[in-house]
Design a protein around this ligand. Structure first.
Ligand SMILES: [Zn+2]
Length: 197
């Protein structure tokens, strides 16, 4: 396992601390790292001076060779010519987006279809919030999304028929898939270029 020491600064007291960073996680070889990533342990650190919990911010490569999935967490714009043969690759900018992608792909779902689902659901909800996929209990059961509202996290159940309808929309618009770069960012902004007016 490749690790390195990274200097970080506490957001509350400005104490400079050193943490162990994991720039590349191979979740099939190191399943315990995936667990720590999902429960928040891996990308947070506690300040030894003021005990404040901070988010660790560094670029991270997430590799799942069983699913042939490559997720790259980076705030910088990355230009990638090609990805490993047969892999599905995505760039994300935040830890929240990274965890959402892992949950979507681990559920056997398509993240582009999920983005369309979020758009359709928000239209009906009529609130200007950001939905995040949380889980589904398998095909034919409903999907659960979360969104922040009034200082707490709200849960929203969406029927699986919505997923099927949105998969149909994607199927009828092959240009959406054909336009993807080697390492696309699939999010609300990306979908916005396809849905206007
Ligand atoms: Zn501190």
């Amino acid at each position: 396992m490749a690790t390195r020491l990274e200097k970080v600064v506490c957001t509350r007291c400005a104490h400079i601390h050193e943490i162990t960073a994991y720039p590349r996680i191979d979740v099939i070889r190191e399943p315990e790292l995936k667990e720590k990533l999902l429960n928040g342990e891996l990308l947070t650190w506690q300040c030894p001076v003021c005990t404040c919990t901070n988010l660790a911010r560094y670029p991270l490569v997430y590799l799942d060779s069983a699913q042939k999935l490559l997720l790259i967490l980076s705030e910088a714009v990355l230009s990638v010519e090609s990805c490993p043969e047969g892999y599905l690759a995505r760039q994300v900018e935040t830890v929240g987006e990274l965890l959402e992608k892992i949950k979507i792909f681990d559920s056997g779902l398509d993240d582009i279809v999920i983005e369309i689902c979020k758009y359709v659901t928000l239209q009906e909800l009529g609130k200007n919030v950001e939905l995040k996929f949380l889980k589904t209990d398998g095909a034919d059961s409903s999907m659960t999304f979360t969104y922040p509202w009034d200082g707490k996290m709200e849960m929203l159940e969406v029927g699986f028929n919505v997923y099927e309808d949105c998969a149909g929309i994607l199927h009828r618009n092959p240009a959406m898939l054909n336009s993807l770069s080697a390492l696309p960012r699939i999010d609300r902004n990306w979908l916005g270029q396809w849905i206007s007016g």
